[in-house]
Design a protein around this ligand. Structure first.
Ligand code: GYE
Length: 312
């Protein structure tokens, strides 16, 4: 009939949009959730969605982008593992008239003209909130902090470091005494924390741990417990992401605080692409998602339960 014909063509039209996503990998619980949520958001909009897992390697991301260009996709999502080295491949996408949307991490400002928009949280602000929380928690007492950084060269690692330093800048009692990358993984977080504990007299000189993500903190908590330390009481913890396991640790009194960012960066990115393709609407250069601090007094077990429906 005419009616079903119309319905069919509407559906078919929407399904014509194909988006390729160059995802970094699955180093953290947050990123695994982002992948899950992205697929669900694509499905909701009837978008044909292709994900390429780069296994943490920029060269794999560059290959994936080139392959998406060759396939003639309508848009490309990129979660850039590091901030530099994108100019030539993004120029190729631009020449092919394929809009690129950055998801969850940024690239250097030199590349600003090469993408349509970036959907990210304010990662400097996240670090700052973490630092300010610690300044309050330390309450004027001397506090030596060890820092577990994210992936070297990732915008979020640079920004979360800087933000935290800003957050503690006014408190001369709070000092970062050691800082090293744990690559955003649990295993590396644990390993680096073990070396920090050894280097700091078995841990008795450590007042707090700041980790650029919760997964590294979960590893660090394990290392502290194995060394006979009491994370959450003797050693304060603050990290970022708000994955379910950190709420479990908070409920058990073994972690103190986390800053939440949504794993749903793809939803706003799809909306921007659909509006751009259909009406030529140019989105703002930065679509900012929210960040929110949680502590032990925010009913961590209830938050843990609620996270199950959010892609975790
Ligand atoms: O916080 C971390 C992940 O880029 C926002 O990358 C993302 C970060 C996230 O591996 O867990």
């Amino acid at each position: 009939t005419a009616l079903s014909g119309t319905l069919f063509s509407v559906g078919a039209h929407a399904a014509e949009l194909t988006v390729g996503f160059s995802q970094i990998g699955s180093e953290s619980g947050w990123r695994a959730a982002e992948t899950t949520v992205s697929k669900a958001e694509a499905k909701k909009r009837n978008i044909n969605f292709k994900i390429a897992d780069a296994q943490q390697k920029q060269e794999n991301q560059i290959k994936a982008i080139r392959s998406f260009i060759a396939q003639g996709v309508d848009a490309i999502f990129l979660a850039p593992v590091v901030a530099t080295g994108w100019d030539s491949v993004l120029k190729e996408a631009k020449e092919a008239n394929i809009p690129v949307v950055l998801l969850d991490r940024d690239i250097d400002p030199s590349g600003k003209e090469l993408y349509l928009t970036a959907v990210t949280s304010d990662s400097v602000a996240e670090g700052k909130v973490a630092g300010e929380w610690l300044v309050k928690a330390a309450a004027g007492k001397p506090c030596n902090v060890v820092e577990l950084q994210g992936t070297v060269g990732a915008s979020v690692a640079t920004n979360r470091k800087k933000g935290f330093e800003d957050g503690i800048a006014g408190a001369s009692n709070v000092k970062i005494v050691r800082s090293q990358t744990g690559d955003f993984t649990r295993a590396k977080g644990k390993e680096v924390m073990e070396s920090f504990i050894k280097a700091e007299g078995g841990g008795k000189n450590i007042c707090a741990v700041y980790a650029h993500n919760d997964d590294m903190m979960v590893g660090a908590i394990q290392a502290m417990k194995e060394a006979g330390l009491k994370p959450g009481t003797d050693v304060l913890t603050v990290s970022i992401d708000a994955v379910p396991d950190i709420f479990k640790a908070m409920a058990a009194g073994e972690a103190n605080a986390t800053v939440e960012l949504t794993p749903n960066m793809a939803g706003p990115a799809f909306d921007a692409v659909v509006a751009y393709k259909a009406k030529g609407t140019v989105p703002p250069k930065w679509i900012q998602t929210e960040s929110k601090l949680y502590t032990q007094s925010d009913n961590p077990m209830a938050v843990y339960e609620s996270k199950k429906d959010l892609g975790y």
